[in-house]
Design a protein around this ligand. Structure first.
Ligand SMILES: *Cc1c(COP(=O)(O)O)cnc(C)c1O
Length: 495
């Protein structure tokens, strides 16, 4: 709505007022973040607030103040909870204040990280080089930042598929492949591997799920048998995915043995290190990851155990030519120049599916420099210690039952009142978890192991202290005791 014929812009009419609003936003944000412990972990969004998100397209301006106020009133008070010291659901990081400033500054500079010659590209190259150091990859390896490990696994598996195919897969497509490609991973592999093989046109049947041992690690003999079977059937074993920290229990496959097997069988060796790749930084646990440095490709997450604000994951590929051969495509309008803005050694658009890409590298670069990687390693050890503490508390409590061995930071257990049938036990624990979430005291999540519903805590939390784990268990014991006294509590599904 320009009042006269002056050209319009999106810059503020009043820069000092925008600056004051920005300062207020930072003050509100840091008040909110530094007092997080005093609030409930989670609470449902009230209906009156949820109703605010069904408005018609705002064609006329509300102004920055009002837009910010709506965020402040409607969004800020109802977080997912993963910034809280008693959040242990799924597998998430907490974020950090400087990481958040990094996101802000990325958006201010706002470069496009597809390519070109500008210093932000150097920042991402630096971060990718640091990720190579974390997993022990050679400097010549390639890689790029992605939204998270789902995309990092997809990109790596696309390279694995193209590099192992017996046809020109880019030109001819999967239909031209003479022997169907087969990918192997344990039954504990993350669902993103299935999505990846489906999106890559291989079909879910190409993902052979290998049984695990009692510690939820891939059964190497069974893997060998399945590979032999597939050869005999005329399929082409192409790739093995090793788990460096499974989502269910945190199990780490024998990464060294998998490397040897892949070498012997001439298979692409990929490691899903979404959870565990960064355990290489932890002074007291890094041995668990021995062998990850032998992989052909690794997917790791930076927004999980390194606490970079969402989204930040990384793919690394040992053979950079294979990664370029999968993704590089240079039409006239993207031709790389020798000099000028369109020069530059690395175009990240040649290493993945995205052309326009955000400057997520900045928050990673700032976080690594702020704290140093040794500290992140100690925090990982601290979380693993806390998981063992939690497991000890569970073992010592007759009404609680530990359901899986603790290797990293994931603990699975259940409340076990006497005299409940297996399906009643499952229903009891499901209801107990919901009541715990609704209490706002703590937020573990859940999984099912061998048909048994478990409460599950993934302690990837730099704010957690030992007392938080006690508070969670006390709440669980209290809710469990109350449910045991209720006739309905014994069979909540019939309520
Ligand atoms: C979280 C996770 C993924 C998926 O990563 P996103 O960052 O959520 O996309 C893949 N594998 C494992 C083992 C995970 O824990």
């Amino acid at each position: 709505m320009s009042a006269n014929d002056a050209p319009e812009t999106l810059d503020p009419e009043d820069w000092p007022a925008m600056r004051a609003l920005a300062h207020r936003a930072v003050d509100d944000a840091f008040d909110w973040l530094s007092s997080v412990r005093e609030r409930p972990v989670w609470q449902p969004t009230p209906a009156a607030i949820a109703a605010q998100f069904h408005q018609a397209l705002p064609r006329t301006p509300q102004g920055a103040e009002r837009a910010y106020q709506d965020f402040h009133d409607w969004v800020l008070p109802y977080p997912m909870g993963n910034v809280h010291p008693r959040f242990y659901s799924w597998f998430m990081g907490n974020g950090t204040p400087l990481g958040a400033i990094g996101d802000f500054l990325s958006a201010i500079v706002n470069p496009n990280m597809g390519g070109g010659n500008h210093v932000a590209i150097q920042v991402e190259s630096q971060v990718v080089d640091w990720c190579k150091e974390i997993v022990g990859f050679p400097a010549e390896a390639s890689g790029l930042l992605l939204s998270g490990a789902s995309m990092a696994n997809l990109v790596a598996l696309a390279v694995a598929r193209n590099a192992t195919a017996d046809c020109d897969l880019r030109e001819q497509g999967v239909g031209a492949q003479a022997a169907p490609l087969r990918v192997y991973a344990s039954v504990e592999v993350h669902s993103c591997a299935q999505k990846a093989v489906e999106m890559l046109g291989l079909g879910n049947q190409s993902l052979r799920k290998v049984p695990v041992d009692a510690d939820y690690r891939i059964d190497l003999a069974a893997l060998q048998r399945m590979i032999d079977e597939d050869h005999a059937r005329g399929c082409k074993p192409a790739c093995v995915i090793g788990n460096a920290g499974t989502i269910n229990t945190g199990a780490v496959d024998d990464l060294k043995a998998l490397a040897a097997l892949c070498k012997r069988e001439k298979l692409w060796y990929h490691v899903d290190g979404a959870i565990g790749a960064v355990v290489t930084l932890a002074p007291r646990r890094r041995e668990l990851l021995a062998g990850i440095e032998l992989a052909d490709s690794v997917a790791l997450d930076l927004h999980k155990w390194l606490h970079v604000p969402f989204e930040a994951g990384c793919t690394l590929v040992r053979n950079s030519a294979a990664q370029r051969a999968t993704f590089a495509l240079t039409p006239a309008y993207l031709k790389h120049a020798e000099r000028g803005l369109a020069s530059g050694a690395v175009w990240f658009s040649d290493y993945g599916p995205q052309l326009s890409r955000g400057f997520r590298a900045l928050k990673v670069w700032l976080s690594f420099k702020e704290h140093g990687l040794d500290k992140f390693g100690r925090l990982i050890d601290q979380n693993i210690d806390q998981a063992h503490e939690l497991a000890a508390l569970i073992r010592a409590e007759p009404l609680l039952e530990l359901m899986a061995p603790v290797v990293l930071n994931i603990v699975c257990w259940r409340y076990r009142p006497p005299n409940l049938a297996p399906d009643q036990l499952n229903a009891f624990n499901e209801e107990l978890l919901i009541r715990l979430h609704e209490s706002g005291i703590a937020a573990p999540s859940y999984t099912t192991l061998n048909g048994q519903y478990c409460l599950r805590a993934a302690i990837a939390n730099h704010r957690t202290e030992s007392r938080d784990l006690k508070i969670m268990l006390d709440a669980i014991l209290e809710i469990g005791a109350a449910m045991s006294r209720e006739p309905l509590g014994r069979n909540p599904n019939k309520s």
